[in-house]
Design a binder for this molecule. Sequence first.
Ligand SMILES: [Zn+2]
Length: 321
Amino acid sequence: MADFRLLIHSARQIVQVVNNNKLVCKGREMNQLAILEDNNGCSIVVDCQGNIHAIGLDVEIKERFSDAQFQEVIDATGMCIVPGFVDGHTHAIWEGDRVHEFAMKLAGATYMEVHQAGGGIMFTVDHVRKAPEETLLKNFKANAHKMLEAGTTLAECKSGYGLDMGADIGATAISHLEHVSDEGISAMVQSGTIGVVLPTTAYILRLEPPPTRKMIDAGMGVALGSDFNPNAHCLAMPVVMHLACVLQKISLNEALVAATINAAASLRKSETHGSIEVGKVADLLIIDAPRWEHIIYQLGSHQHVISHVIKGGKIVHQKRK
Ligand SMILES: [Zn+2]
């Protein structure tokens, strides 16, 4: 019997995101990342329950755990560790893709024209209602696996489409903020509501993006979600973060905070998820790059940048060599 489930050593950076048990980052706090960094390597130890047991420099961890047995050991030389991404808003249970509509919209069709041609949300509602439960479950499992491969280890999953599966997020967070006013922002700052921003939706529908910069500058906590659904067919949080940075003018740090601790907070899960801190669930990504920012910078290459996806201290996905 091993004493511990996992040891990851020799990492260049451990991007903890927060290291003081903070449950959500608001306003300027979003631009400050807690990073443990050392050219001689940093380590994480995961216990047999899948929780983070220790974080430190290689030298400290080596000494402290010199007699310990680990089920698995990962050498992360030259690589970085970030928390698994949290997707704050998806519709991952559906049936019937809408690729034909995408072509229609690019050819200039309006939402009403798509609707009249039998497309739009009613197309999905209809397909979902007619689909056997096993089909929906099979689709969901396939989508969840794709999410894992793209680094998402926790996701909100809205029922929608006339179904009642998945969890409700309640009033700690509001999503789809494409049309939020200045008064709306002030009200959310006052109430401490987290704004869940969905960059792919505005991008695909060519809408004015949500005023994310304004929300953060006003002191709000912002989270990110993919809004993955047959209309916005993107489940990769690295792409979502990239779009948020470029189109909504947020920094790389803010994007990572929004896709980890703040998205976890929007799901009321930030006590256990969304940062690399002792006691939290070991949902981790190993980034095959000398700096963590490569996961956002290398647009469309996340499958090459993510070396390992670890959930509860277990390797659930590994990049093909
Ligand atoms: Zn949505």
